[in-house]
Design a protein around this ligand. Sequence first.
Ligand code: GLC
Length: 768
Amino acid sequence: MKNKHIKHNMPSVTVSNAELLENASLKIDAITDNIIRIHTVPDTQNYNDVSFALDDSLEVTGVFNVSQYNSIITATTDSVILKIKKTFEIDIYNKDGYLLCSDCEPASQEMDEYTQAEIEQVKQEGHMPDTIADDIKYKVTKRIIGDEAFYGLGDKTGFLNKRGYEYIMWNSDNPEPHVENATFRALYKSIPFLIVHRQDCTYGIFLDNTYKSYFDLGVSDAGSYSFAVTGGEMNYYFIYGKNIKEVIKGYTSLTGRSPLPQLWTLGYHQSRWSYMSEKEVLDIANNFENYNVPCDAIHLDIDYMDKFKVFTSDKERFPDLKQLSSQLEEHGIKLVTIIDPGVKAEDGYNVYDEGIEDKHFAKAQDGTVYHNTVWPGDAVFPDFTSASTRLWWGNKTKYLTDNGISGIWNDMNEPSGFSGQFPDDVVFPGDGVSRFHKEIHNVYGHLMSQATYNGLKKNSLKRPFVITRACYSGSQKYATVWTGDNQSIWAHLKLAIPQLLNLGLSGMPLAGVDIGGFGSNTTPELLSRWIEACCFSPLFRNHSAKLTRRQEPWAFDEATLSIYRKYVKLHYKFIPYLYDLCYEESLTGLPILRPLVMEYENDKNVINCNDEYLVGSSILVAPVTDQGAITRSVYLPKGIWVDYNSGKRIKGGRYILYKAPLDICPIFIKGGSILPVYPDIPNLSPQNTQKLIVEFYPSDDTANFNNRANNSCYYMHYQDNGTDFKYQAGEYNLYKFSFSSNRPNGLKAELTKNGYKNKYTNISAVIK
Ligand code: GLC
């Protein structure tokens, strides 16, 4: 039979097979030439094809050329070729006919059979039997073709490369220590985006389905991986890219990018559950000044509220929040307050009364308001799927902005409840489209962040600072994230690196972990290594739980304080570089902290690199994360690296053994880099950010200056007011920095975009 052209230039292909898919068909859309959406479409009339994740600005620009030969449909874009079988199996090739991705039958699994008595016996000693997902509605299985590594999936425990692991997307607040362990298949966040990378081939899979879903990355069958959903439609995007960066750009073109944060949010944050009074907060602020440790924010945890009622404050402990905020402003410090979704069920409390009156709360099956227990005791929960509820909640942030609060930290929004998980059938009436908890659970935190972001934007007119614990794909448009309740243990210091890197790879660049560890008691050594390991973290916050040992920088001894100070100052020094990376990210979605594999894809030594990271492409950090260790092996990729601690040039493409006593974090600058830095400053108040130093790290310290200064290498630096949205109207500057021997200090600084009038009062240069 000859090739039969069924239609040219169409964006979609639909395949039906009543034997395999009853009352539904499979639709394949070319979103762009590189991004293909593959999804089931039910035959029902009232099918509501909405996504909570996708960016509003998404345009469908892809075009398919379609032909059919026997029972195989071929759909081609300018970039990929899909071969679609009637069995719904799809093979995807690139334009050169190279197989990228191929569906296959799930391998049949030989399961051991156990008697109930055997299971009970194992449980007696506290072991839980491995649960087998029996609630699957649709599953897609794809071949592992070669040496695939898997990255992404948000905040999940384990290593950078997820091959050989199974995960569950179901936002979970589990107080046990988060370890690389079968019981930790789910954590607070659900970001169902996976990067599949093998030698010479990279693509992404974004499973846009909010029900509980499963990822099995070569566990039940070493030759395949799968993802499965428990409700709704199978709905995933195949994202082709020439490399990991292209795939991240593709994913964030779908789900959005983090907008520029306020500059101060990149500074140091001090938190504790909880600072209990105005006096305690002021003492903390004074200590930062007295001990000469820079600080930009103090966080108020739940005890600032009146009986844990959201959008209130305790009049005894915090009689005048507004005055406290302005006193802190004098120290250059901002206040951030926690807000949980649970609203205390108490007549006469305005948030409860209004919510009942205007039907803002989720409902039980019998139509009454659903209750669970959280910090305030008996509580009810806003239905954030409703636009009017989001608006109402967002407006409530005015109580905080009026009191001078600069940011909101959203917690417990998995949603979490002390009386047990919300039943699957709790109803979220929405705006006419009623949904059950099992569909909404994974986007509850996402929608809460959206409500908070929009409310803060309206009430403060600044770039909103929202931190969230739970989220879904696309939450990066609204919030910074932290990884929840870690513990003061070395295993969690180690975990911080792959967690932050995978969050970044999953489109979530503004992230941090609780420095020092949240639960249990930290030690001076652990705290010191933690501040070193996280010294470039975009969210740079020390936070600890009630009943644990204090872990502010001065809580131990002079030596610990001095190490802590050194690394907080190092963080502040490089904030102009971090802010440039935020600017780059806002345009491209590329993360700030990057695994080595992102910049050195074809270097096999970095595929599984869990204990080093890059900041942008110029700084490599290899922290010490072992108790008692004072040396470590460091892998330096090809090129020349400048040892930040000694200034020595080191040839890469090899492992080195590096001496790192407690006050030393191994940091390397890529030879040839130009980096903008601040002088020593106490915080990011505008008067402290008017001077810039441009550092040049030539590859070779032996050659004379003429050889070192290299005009072909330049650096673009971004500057704006760091506060509001005026940059969107062009109020920003771009500087092009390069080095040449015939300039004073070697620096050539050109203003290539002149839109912001408060230029630096001084730009100086240092050749390292
Ligand atoms: C949760 C949060 C933690 C917070 C505590 C009290 O455990 O994860 O950060 O301190 O609640 O609000």
